[in-house]
Design a protein around this ligand. Sequence first.
Ligand code: SF4
Length: 425
Amino acid sequence: MTLAPAKVACASGPRIVQERGQREVFCGLTGIVWLHRKIQDAFFLVVGSRTCAHLIQSAAGVMIFAEPRFATAIIEERDLAGLADIDDELDRVVTRLIERRPDIKLLFLVGSCPSEVIKLDLSRAAQRLSQRMSPAVRVLSYSGSGIETTFTQGEDACLSALVAQAPRAGANQPPSLLVVGALADAVEDQFRRIFAQMGIERVDFLPARRAADMPAIGPNTKFLLAQPFLSDTARALEELGAQHLPALYPLGVEGVDDWLGAAARAFGVSRERFEAATAAPRARAQKSLERLRPTLEGKSLFFFPDSQLEPSMARFLSRELGARLVEVGAPYVDRRRLAEELALLPPETPIVEGQDVERQLDRVRAARPDLVVCGLGLANPLEAEGFATKWSIELVFTPVQGYEQAGDLAELFARPLLRRELLEA
Ligand code: SF4
């Protein structure tokens, strides 16, 4: 174990190739599926089309809710003259919703692609509704449109909207740690315990579980990103004076060590105290990885771009489990927020930013990797061609951050390989 800072990306790190073409990635509306579970008194109202409603329902449809916390206000096609009516309609829908559901304290109006929605000024609508419903309900807006966002960028847009409205902390406030990115409650609780054992007293999470608990932000806020896809949110926090603590992302033992280590250094935690807080869960994580290493060691992996988690997953799988990286695709590579991750990837790893799906399919067919990590739309056809696949959406829906989850994370990749071995036996 070391508290030394992680390496930063250097000129000899992997080369990033950009590709443009047809994409096979979900839009940012998908984020609602995990965000509505995290913020327990929020409601997400998608302003969109029937397609948007179908996407949300099928992505979240496996769960049955007595009172769901998301819905779609379907805007049918109409001409410009009808736009004023849409504003009235939206106000009516929101008023009815809030009357029926007094448990809602934070309402997100979520924009989408249809041209009728693009013409609407949702941020003005949110301001108007917020003024009318304050203080009982706060109304914010963001875009989950497939034109502007891919898959995980919906969370970035949602958290940026929260930061823009967050209470401000003055320069006289004591230093506090902010963990940014939606984490499963169990993972959040584990991190809280470890930070408390390290002696870091003031720790907040964004998003908070309840609307009223959103943290105040100011120059004495130091923040850790729990997810690599939060570039806009990080920028918005920095504009308020908060300081980013650069680190690996908390995936796998090495990632969690470095991530917690960055907080320990920033808050003056002694090496002994850090070790006392982390030794036991680290040992458990290492043990769980040992069990899975034989399944993944030497196996070739190909990542299609989907969640932006790809470089971090690739680092974990190659360094802690001995997997071979054939190609690591990502919809967007933020060189600054991923510097530590990129520096630890084998230098020969091809990193492809963006997507030209046909060319990628040609490359995957030529390479015949042992495992392909890809979106739902590609998984079935690739399975039919004889590839073992892992749905990248599972990496976002499953709690994978932290020591206690390191084994579960490795297992997500090991399972399809084990299944294939059984089928071939
Ligand atoms: Fe489709 Fe756009 Fe709606 Fe997403 S926001 S479901 S891409 S129409």
